[in-house]
Design a protein around this ligand. Structure first.
Ligand code: GRF
Length: 205
């Protein structure tokens, strides 16, 4: 590939298995991107260990700063801009994002949700889909906006809840699908194939 790698910043709060999947694709030469910065809302996020292992710069946003979420987002935006980040990738980030970040990165903040939006919004989507007895759930990659889990949908992938499947097995299947789809969507972004039309619908060229 001759184009320069897409510069991304990854926002995490926990395990960081999606961060790992993205970095592995990059290191394998399958994804033309570069993680310029990992931002964590938590000091104890295991994703920070993963970032260090891969030699990626990381920043923990202090709890006190989150008391004013707008200031926290302005701080995060300035750190990302200082590294020329082009897309902000939320991967298990358990905070809302607000205008100071969204306005700096319009249609450039991407979120991953473990259900087929608009079904099962919120922080307990896997459990709620399982409890509801749906036969098919899945995952959604979408642009973030100020309405939680409501931004323009970029891609979705179904995950079946098969007869006899346990919640743990369903969760494992969800994460396996995420680890495939999220790097794939980032590759579309790196190829400049993703656009949002005036109706807020996303098109993949
Ligand atoms: C994923 O299931 C994602 O859909 C949700 O949070 C989880 C993050 O997992 N938003 P990880 O931290 O990437 O392992």
């Amino acid at each position: 590939m001759s184009d320069s790698p897409l510069k991304i910043g990854v926002l995490i709060s926990g395990s960081g298995s999606n961060l790992e999947a993205i970095v592995q694709r990059i290191e394998a030469g399958d994804l033309n991107a570069s993680v310029e910065l990992v931002v964590s809302s938590r000091q104890d996020a295991y994703g920070l260990v993963r970032a260090e292992k891969h030699g990626i710069d990381a920043l923990v946003v202090p709890k006190e700063l989150y008391k004013n979420p707008l200031e926290a987002d302005a701080f995060i935006a300035s750190e990302l801009l200082a590294r020329d980040v082009e897309y902000v990738i939320m991967a298990g980030y358990m905070r809302m994002v607000h205008a100071p970040l969204l306005e700096v990165f319009p249609n450039r903040v991407v979120n991953l949700h473990p259900a087929l939006l608009p079904s099962f919004k919120g922080a307990h989507a896997i459990q709620e889909a399982f409890d509801a007895g749906v036969k098919v759930s899945g995952i959604t990659v979408h642009f973030a906006n100020e309405d939680y889990d409501c931004g323009p949908i970029i891609a979705q992938h179904p995950v079946e809840i098969l007869e006899g499947m346990t919640l743990d097995e369903f969760e494992t299947a969800i994460h396996a699908a995420e680890h495939e789809l999220y790097p794939e969507v980032i590759s579309w972004l790196s190829e400049d194939r993703v656009s949002v039309d005036v109706d807020g619908k996303v098109h993949i060229a």
